[in-house]
Design a protein around this ligand. Sequence first.
Ligand code: ATP
Length: 369
Amino acid sequence: MAQIKDDPGGDLTLHSLTKTFGDFVAVDDLDLTIPQGSFFALLGPSGCGKTTTLRMVAGLERPTAGTIKIGDQDVTEARPYQRPVNTVFQSYALFPHLNIVENVEFGLRRRNKKNTRATAMEALELVQLAHLALRKPGQLSGGQQQRIALARAIVNRPSVLLLDEPLGALDLKLRRQMQIELKRIQLEVGLTFVHVTHDQEEAMTMADTIAVMNAGVIEQLGDPATLYERPSTTFVANFLGQSNLLPGKVSGSDGENLVIDVQGAQLALPKDRSATTTGDVWFGVRPEKLVICDDSTAVAGNRISGTVTDASFTGVSTQYLVKLGWGQEITVVQQNDGTPPLRPGGEVTVQWAPQHGFALDAAQDAHAG
Ligand code: ATP
């Protein structure tokens, strides 16, 4: 095939990308365009096909069908080293006998680049570890080694940087710091980052756009706020944070709102927040959008009554389970304001504004029920 330019630039485009292992379809006819310079996350549970997708882009796995393009160049058949793509894995794979700057410089030297030392030092400055350039990897913490692995991956400015659960081995606090750090670095270098993770909070913290994958296909694609506020399937609603999903039926409309009958309660939501205007639906609302109140503080909105069955104090907030008349429990998260949490056993009214609801078409939803 024709020589691939060092940095062809342009969007990463996957067209009908498919990978089967025997009879098993790991990636199923995937169509996806990842804009140049974006921070993109492939998010999904274990086994959904995200790593296989990444490995095909890296050239480590051969697609069964479909094409991979970077800009206008088809790289589907290119060897891994011919692609303008680098990967950062969870394991750092640094050379233990080389010092840090030599580790970062290694790939540049192999490609006979000029000024390799200066370029490697620039990459180390970007990850804020230039002062450790002469140490050996064994003298660095896990978080520092991960940053060196990142510096090594971006030093030759690939068009696309693939990140395969790179923060998985770090403890929670370091993970949170590195998420912010990775976002800063991506903005600074402007390369396309494709980040694979099963951690919804990590994907939402970092990515401009998220593709939620399930069983080899993309369930929904969008920016974090849209996916969270307007999930299009119960799978997405449940995978991105907690959702209360109540079984209902569209019973009418009231001006701008649609009215959903949920076990006799008439719940309103704006028409554009419902996937359908007829038939069976799942009425969804996020736990933190719910407000527990008594009748004296009631404001206009949707209301439903139940009994508190559990109260868990978590510091910033308290999470309640509230059992509704038909036996379903919903989760309510309330910010703590210093007043003592409610005790289990009490009757409460739960309220929320119509614009915080969403409705999914139960007939169209493969995961409903
Ligand atoms: P994880 O987060 O656990 O890595 P994933 O979403 O990245 O999961 P993949 O590693 O892409 O999932 O795997 C997708 C499916 O393909 C899994 O069911 C896996 O068992 C299967 N699979 C992956 N590689 C192979 C292989 N070489 N041979 C057979 N099956 C495979």
